[in-house]
Design a protein around this ligand. Sequence first.
Ligand SMILES: [Zn+2]
Ligand SMILES: [Zn+2]
Ligand SMILES: [Zn+2]
Length: 280
Amino acid sequence: MSQESSDPMLLTILGTAAAEGWPALWCTCEACAEARRLGGRNLRRRAAYQLGERIRVDFGPDSLWQMNEFGLDYAALEHLLITHSHGDHIDRREIMYRRPGFADLPDDNVLSIYGNESVREYLEGGRHSLEEARARFITVKPFEPIDLGEGVTATPLLADHADDEMALNYLFERGERAVLQGNDTGWWPEQTWEFLAGKRLDTLIIECTYGSRKGGHHHLGAEDVLAVRARLLKLGTLSESTRVIATHFSHNGGWLHERLEEFFRPHGIEPAFDGMQVEL
Ligand SMILES: [Zn+2]
Ligand SMILES: [Zn+2]
Ligand SMILES: [Zn+2]
């Protein structure tokens, strides 16, 4: 199915929690109890994004829940971009259900999976090969755009999120438009800031894992989100009217959706919720 280049393509934020979800598995803390009681936008799945029908970012343990909740057709996916190998972002077993006997898929249905070397090792390290799952792996290089067809490119940017692997964020561009998927960023290395200085974003999606707490290395908190926005404004990457969305919230950060809205409202920033959509 081809799309007119003038029609906006929708990017859906499918999950807005940190690794253990929110309410978190097993957890008895006050923030989880409140989220369970209130429900709605306080119920957060593990991070993932879908751009149109063909393109997906990350495939973690909530992929089935996301498929059913948001009416997704995974057989239509062609490109799966993985940010890093942490278990909330990629679950090998879920990919392996593409194998014959688990899924009816035509032989020519092949999923291209992109990521760093750690993701490759993880995906290729199980009992079954990617080939059996009708998938192929492409190792990406930072700052080199990937052509995803229909005028869409994704450029991997370096994050500061993991000490033992090259965690990535993806910059999606389509014609004049650009959306940056930024969860698990930490405070970006200088190369990423320099690269972004030459870009203009329509939407920035940026992590806020620590909520009320201060972050920096590996993850950010709400105050850091303001600092990221301020620096990108100075670089000309953002304007005052650019949509800025905070996501990837941990229950350890404490602030429920309403409190996040209160904090961010004066700065024109929106806290994400599962199912939120932005245009590319
Ligand atoms: Zn994460
Ligand atoms: Zn908790
Ligand atoms: Zn991670």
